[in-house]
Structure formats: structure tokens, C-alpha cells
Design a protein around this ligand. Structure first.
Ligand SMILES: Nc1ncnc2c1ncn2[C@@H]1O[C@H](COP(=O)(O)OP(=O)(O)O)[C@@H](O)[C@H]1O
Ligand SMILES: [Mg+2]
Length: 240
């Protein structure tokens, strides 16, 4: 693989609190190491509560690791499961898309063309820029959230269960969008899902997490056709 844009090394920790009597709580992540290359789509799969979202938060710098390191070559941005909750309900779609550009100091004159370019790339009609997210469908809201993440041209988008709240056909449209955006922009994705069918159809490589540790990682076809860890085999058996 060419030079990675994300390198996660021996990441440990979670939400332990230091008290006078020692650390409280147990670490969520246990010695997690992997890389994501430029323009790669890497899946992260594992049961609910295993630590997938915690890993996402550590990559974005929202939760600090107890030990280990996250190295990013470029910016990382996040897309969440529930776009309705992640979009400011009082802003128009145009304002939502402008906001990350304003924060990063993009000149005013560049805002409108950048917003219109990413909206078109994400399959959002120009008329939708004037409305507030509450009037949009779930699929349109997720397109807005993806557009808002990509508008600053990050090297990596961490998408945490971005299609899990959507109907199958709507979800398929979002997966197609992510494939196209990767091809057109070279953005890498860390795509978190508990759905192995989704991971199989979208990702180049997959990371399998169990109890906060990666038990297996590799080319998605190889891992899903000849899994080397019993946990991966069990996950596969449960969907086939
Ligand atoms: N803010 C938090 N404070 C304390 N514990 C948390 C917090 N968020 C998640 N956890 C715990 O961390 C573990 C991993 O959760 P999470 O990373 O959300 O798993 P997943 O995304 O794989 O479902 C769970 O046991 C969960 O209860
Ligand atoms: Mg989660």
C-alpha cells in the first residue's frame, strides 16, 4: 500500500476515570493497530458495544487514548448514524455546508461555488440548499451530512454506521455515493457497520473487532471467504 493517511498504533483505553483509589472502569480498546491508505475504503465490523465508536472518537481526537497513537496525514471528518441529530435544525442546508468552510477560513467569495459543487457531487438538487434539514428525507439528510464532511476536502472520513438507520434502497444509494466520492475525490473512508453485507459490497479491506481488540484484518474478499478467526466465522455464519 502507498503511504498511509491514517496510522493507528497500539491504541488502548476508553473512558476510565482516575480516582484516589486508582482507575475506575475498564479500558474499551485493547492494543488496536491498523493503517488506512489514501483513497482506501476500510470497513470496521463488530458487535454492538465492542468499541467501534470509541475508536472513531479517538481517531477524531474526541476521546484521549490511555496509550498508543493516532497519526493522520491530513484532516479527518466524521459522519454519524443519525443525520437528523447531527445537522443544525435552524440552519438552511446552504448554511450547514458553508459552516465548515467558514471555520477553516475559506474566503467568502469561494463559499457559494464550493457549496454548489459538493451538493451536486452528493446528488442534492440546488433547490434543497434553501431548506432546513427537518424537511428532508433521511437519505437526503445523510447526503447533506456527507457533503458537510467532504466540503473541507479531508483525507479521511470516519463514517459511524451511516446507513444503519436507513431503508435498504436508500442505504444502497448512499453506498453508491461513497463509492463515487472516493473515485472522484480520492478521499479515504473508515466505514463502521455491524452489517457484513454492507461491508462486503463497499470496502477494500476490513477490520474485525471483538471486545475492543482487532481479531482479524485484511482484504475484504479474503477475510469473508476464508476467515482465520473463529469470531469472524461466527459473524459470517449468522448472516449466511
Ligand atoms: N461516554 C461513555 N462513557 C463511558 N462508557 C462509554 C461511553 N461511550 C461508550 N461507552 C462504553 O464503551 C463500550 C464501547 O462502546 P462503543 O464504542 O459505543 O461500542 P460500539 O460502537 O461498537 O457499539 C461500551 O461498553 C459502552 O458502554
Ligand atoms: Mg457505535
Amino acid at each position: 500500500m502507498s503511504d498511509p493517511i491514517l496510522t493507528v498504533s497500539s491504541l488502548c483505553g476508553g473512558y476510565e476515570k482516575k480516582t484516589l483509589f486508582g482507575k475506575q472502569g475498564r479500558p474499551v480498546l485493547r492494543d488496536v493497530s491498523f493503517t488506512v491508505g489514501k483513497g482506501e475504503i476500510v470497513g470496521l465490523v463488530g458487535e454492538s458495544g465492542t468499541g467501534k465508536s470509541t475508536l472513531a472518537k479517538m481517531i477524531l481526537g474526541v476521546v484521549m487514548p490511555a496509550s498508543g497513537a493516532v497519526a493522520l496525514a491530513g484532516q479527518a471528518r466524521m459522519v454519524f448514524q443519525n443525520p437528523g441529530a447531527s445537522l443544525n435544525p435552524s440552519f438552511t442546508v446552504r448554511r450547514i455546508l458553508e459552516e465548515p468552510l467558514r471555520v477553516s477560513g475559506v474566503p467568502r467569495a469561494e463559499l457559494a461555488p464550493r457549496v454548489e459543487e459538493i451538493a451536486a457531487q452528493c446528488g442534492l438538487e440546488k433547490s434543497l440548499l434553501a431548506v432546513r434539514p427537518g424537511t428532508l428525507s433521511g437519505g437526503q439528510q445523510q447526503r447533506v451530512a456527507i457533503a458537510a464532511a467532504l466540503i473541507t476536502r479531508p483525507a479521511l472520513v470516519v463514517a459511524d454506521e451511516p446507513v444503519s438507520a436507513l431503508d435498504v434502497t436508500v442505504a444502497a444509494g448512499i453506498l453508491e455515493l461513497i463509492r463515487r466520492l472516493r473515485a472522484e475525490t480520492g478521499t479515504a473512508f473508515l466505514f463502521i457497520s455491524h452489517d457484513l453485507n454492507v461491508i462486503a459490497s463497499l470496502c477494500d479491506r476490513v477490520l474485525v473487532m471483538k471486545d475492543g481488540a482487532l481479531v482479524e484484518q485484511g482484504d475484504v474478499k479474503t477475510v469473508f471467504t476464508s476467515p482465520s478467526h473463529p469470531y469472524t466465522r461466527r459473524l459470517l455464519d449468522s448472516v449466511l
